[in-house]
Design a protein around this ligand. Structure first.
Ligand SMILES: C[S@@+](CC[C@H](N)C(=O)[O-])C[C@H]1O[C@@H](n2cnc3c(N)ncnc32)[C@H](O)[C@@H]1O
Ligand SMILES: Nc1nc2[nH]cc(C(=O)O)c2c(=O)[nH]1
Ligand code: SF4
Ligand SMILES: [Mg+2]
Length: 259
């Protein structure tokens, strides 16, 4: 589908847009590239708008400079259904759980028999029929400091830092849904924070969080960058007894849109 190239002024990038349907940045058929379902043919529905601003965000036009076309629930479902080979749908963003309309979409997908994965940064909990909550809590190394800001001089750093971890939302997500915790890792400097967060979450949540629920994913939006990070991250997964997840779509198609 075409992606609108001009930001819609009515849509603040960091809050629910309300109204009917959803702000959609792209909708495409691909292979799930990340996590325990890597390799599964899936339709991706990418909403626009995010409450965080990771410096490395590989979906720049849903966060830093959000663009979208507003689609009704019926239009989204028709396009999902047109990919008849797929019975898995991945709802991602941006931050899909910003939008009330995501709940409506997930309910409609459940009624049609789809398996649903929601890719979320873990700061927002909503009740919805989610088969796999793919939670990617954001570490301090994601913060857009003035040196790393892709779009300014660090104006978002404080808000990002304040909002990136919400233990209450994280606990509710892991208690309510089958989940994976997928951390973006660059080097061993990220590991102490992952271990601390896991300890806090294990205290706060009423369900077990097994090491096998924890996946380390190398930071990199391009093949070139992944070549620098993935060897290190694979070693860290082995050292700590966590899983490693590739970024299969980047290996296959680099940073092309709609992949
Ligand atoms: C664009 S985000 C959208 C969903 C949600 N906002 C989130 O962050 O989980 C989709 C996935 O891509 C990951 N991601 C984004 N930029 C990345 C990068 N440069 N390297 C590795 N993973 C990245 C996120 O951590 C998340 O798991
Ligand atoms: N192929 C493919 N797999 C993915 N898994 C999670 C993605 C995302 O952006 O949320 C993603 C994506 O953008 N492409
Ligand atoms: S939380 Fe997700 S969509 Fe938002 S800026 Fe970070 S990686 Fe991008
Ligand atoms: Mg992606």
């Amino acid at each position: 589908m075409p992606v609108s190239d001009s930001p819609d002024r009515e849509c603040a990038a960091d809050r629910d847009t309300g109204g009917e349907g959803l702000p959609i940045n792209e909708l495409f058929y691909s292979l799930q590239g990340e996590g325990t379902l890597a390799g599964v043919p899936s339709v991706f529905v990418r909403t626009s708008g995010c409450n965080l601003r990771c410096w490395f965000c590989d979906s720049y036009h849903t966060s830093w400079e959000p663009t979208h076309a507003r689609m009704s629930l019926e239009e989204i479902l028709a396009e999902v259904d047109s990919h008849a080979e797929a019975d898995h749908v991945v709802l991602t963003g941006g931050e899909p759980l910003l939008h009330e309309g995501s709940v409506d979409l997930l309910e409609a997908l459940e009624a049609r028999g789809y398996h649903t994965t929601v890719e979320t940064n873990g700061t927002i909990h909503r009740e919805a029929p989610i088969d796999l909550a793919s939670i990617s809590p954001k570490l301090e190394s994601s913060t857009p400091t003035s040196e790393r800001d892709p779009n300014g001089e660090g104006e978002w750093a404080e808000r990002h830092e304040n909002d990136r971890i919400d233990l209450e939302a994280l606990s509710a997500l892991v208690e309510e849904y089958d989940f994976q915790l997928k951390f973006v890792v660059t080097d061993e400097g990220d590991m102490p924070e992952i271990r601390e967060l896991l300890a806090d979450l294990r205290d706060a949540a009423s369900v077990p969080i097994r090491d096998e629920d924890v996946l380390l994913m190398p930071e990199g939006a391009t093949r070139e960058r992944l070549a620098e990070t993935r060897g290190r991250v694979a070693e860290l997964a082995m050292d700590h007894g966590f899983r490693y997840t590739p970024r299969l779509h980047v290996d296959l198609w680099n940073d092309a849109p709609e992949t």
